[in-house]
Structures are given as structure tokens and as C-alpha cells.
Design a protein around this ligand. Structure first.
Ligand SMILES: Nc1ncnc2c1ncn2[C@@H]1O[C@H](COP(=O)(O)OP(=O)(O)OP(=O)(O)O)[C@@H](O)[C@H]1O
Length: 267
């Protein structure tokens, strides 16, 4: 699959997190995180609840600033909310008073893209996520899975360098989740976007990623960095392969140790 091409060669990092620590008052949430994400990589962040995954994503998107260290996206230091990054949240964050088309067009309208051009772009992405026929529907008439597809189309329409996903499928039922995983995978394989994706599901991480980071807690830091070399294009059958099971076992052991440590701390 030509678009799935990552490189960690110096200077080719799309995202550079350098010596980043983050505290909220007295609480140190991240400690000395160093992470380079290559252009076209699909990086999944795993780790116990509260280890700082969302905080790390918020630092990349510019919603938060590091206490120490710096974050660069496409060679530019992140100092504010950055249009180079598109974010998809667990809760859909759609405008309830706008139709599907208006939601998808929103960022383009803000950037002054002409009416014809944005209608064309919105239609392209609405169809890509399988929502043809729902252009004029309002969010409250859509299922959770459909709303999440609108969120994905909206981010894609803005054509960001980086797409950030904070547990986007966590609230969905298992079947819808699998369909959306397959759609996202196919979009990734075609677009070659750089992605950081948070999940609590090791299977979701293995299905989607090219690389997985397990974070430890208190304070949050990187404890395991694994390349996911399962071949693309991926389908559900990959879960039966010996390599899948080997990778799953390795991650599971680390995640389990970190979760147990978290529970000990909480006593
Ligand atoms: N704005 C904030 N102010 C104060 N504390 C915060 C803030 N944002 C996050 N925290 C704290 O930082 C820690 C890490 O939170 P974060 O949401 O990054 O973890 P997480 O790994 O994404 O958790 P989960 O998997 O449960 O979503 C938590 O203890 C949280 O309470």
C-alpha cells in the first residue's frame, strides 16, 4: 500500500516532542517525554487511565502548553491551537444547529474558501465516510457512529498535516466500532496522514497502528515503544496471525504492569 510509508530519518519528523514535562499546579502529569513521530506514521497511545495521554495530545494540538520542553509540528513550534492539527474527540463536538454538510464545511468557511469549492470538498469527504444521503440531516437525527463519521469528515475536509484522535470510538457498540476502524484504516492507507490515536483497547491499537507507545503513570512517561509491522492493507483476519498474538502478548504484559502500579499508588 503505497501511502503507508513512514520514516524516522532525521529531519523527517512530523511531530517532535522534546523534553516535555507538564504540571497542573503541584500535580506532575508528564515527565521528560521525548517522542518523534514520522510523517505518515499511525501512532497509538496506550496506558492506564490518568497517565497523561490526553494531556500529551492536547500539547500537540496546542490546547495546552508544556511546563518544560517544546512540541514541534511540521518543523513549527506549537504555541497556540494549531490548524495543522485536526482533532476528533470521544464526544462528537458537532454543532447541533448545523446540518452534516454545514458541520463539514465549517473550517473551510472560516478560512474563506468559496461556497462552490467548500460544497465540493464537503461532498467528497461526506461520501468518503459513507454518509451520502445525510448531507441535510442534523446531528440529533444521527446515530453515535454516524456523528463520529461527521467529525472525521470535518477534520479531513480541513486537510490537516496531523490528525489527533482521543478515544474516538470508545462510546460506540462493538460492531459500529469495527466498521469505523476499517473505514479509518482505509482512509489512512489512502491519505498517508500522520495520526496520533488514543485508545484503551489493545486490539484497536494492533488493528490500526504502525507504532504503539505504552505510557506509564505518576508521572506519565513512555515505557514501551513498539513497531507494529503487521502488513497493510489490514483486515480483521490479521488477528489470527502468530505475529498479532506475539505483539499483543508483549503489550499486554507492559500495560498490565503499569495498571497494577497505578492501583498500588491509588491505595
Ligand atoms: N486541566 C487540568 N487541570 C488539572 N488537572 C488535570 C487537567 N487535565 C488533566 N489533569 C490531570 O492530569 C492527569 C492526566 O489526565 P489525562 O486526561 O491526560 O490522562 P489520560 O491518560 O488521558 O486518562 P484517561 O485514559 O482516563 O482518559 C489526571 O490526573 C487528570 O486529573
Amino acid at each position: 500500500m503505497a501511502a503507508v510509508k513512514t520514516s524516522t530519518a532525521a529531519g523527517d519528523a512530523m511531530i517532535s516532542i522534546r523534553g516535555v514535562s507538564k504540571s497542573f499546579g503541584a500535580l506532575k502529569v508528564l515527565d521528560q517525554v521525548n517522542l518523534e513521530v514520522a510523517r505518515g506514521e499511525f501512532l497509538v497511545l496506550l496506558g492506564a487511565s490518568g497517565c497523561g495521554k490526553s494531556t500529551l495530545l492536547n500539547l500537540v494540538s496546542g490546547f495546552e502548553r508544556a511546563t518544560v520542553g517544546s512540541v514541534h509540528v511540521n518543523n513549527r513550534e506549537v504555541r497556540d491551537v494549531d490548524p495543522a492539527c485536526g482533532m476528533v474527540f470521544q464526544q462528537y463536538a458537532l454543532f447541533p444547529w448545523k446540518t452534516v454538510r454545514q458541520n463539514v464545511e465549517f473550517g473551510l468557511k472560516m478560512r474563506g474558501v468559496s461556497r462552490t469549492e467548500r460544497a465540493k470538498t464537503a461532498q467528497h469527504y461526506i461520501e468518503m465516510v459513507g454518509l451520502r444521503g445525510f448531507e441535510d440531516s442534523f446531528p440529533n437525527a444521527l446515530s453515535g457512529g454516524m456523528k463520529q463519521r461527521v467529525s472525521i469528515a470535518r477534520v479531513l475536509a480541513n486537510d490537516p498535516d496531523v490528525m489527533l484522535f482521543d478515544e474516538p470510538f470508545a462510546a460506540l457498540d462493538a460492531m459500529t466500532r469495527q466498521v469505523l476502524q476499517e473505514q479509518l484504516l482505509s482512509i489512512y492507507e489512502k491519505s498517508g496522514k500522520t495520526i496520533i490515536f488514543i485508545t484503551h483497547s489493545i486490539d484497536e491499537a494492533l488493528m490500526l497502528s504502525t507504532r504503539m507507545i505504552v505510557m506509564g503513570a505518576k508521572p506519565g512517561r513512555v515505557v514501551q515503544d513498539i513497531t507494529n509491522d503487521l502488513p497493510h492493507p489490514r483486515a480483521a483476519e490479521v488477528q489470527l496471525s502468530p505475529r498479532y498474538i506475539e505483539l499483543k502478548k508483549s503489550i499486554w504484559e507492559t500495560v498490565q504492569v503499569e495498571v497494577m502500579k497505578g492501583l498500588e499508588h491509588a491505595k
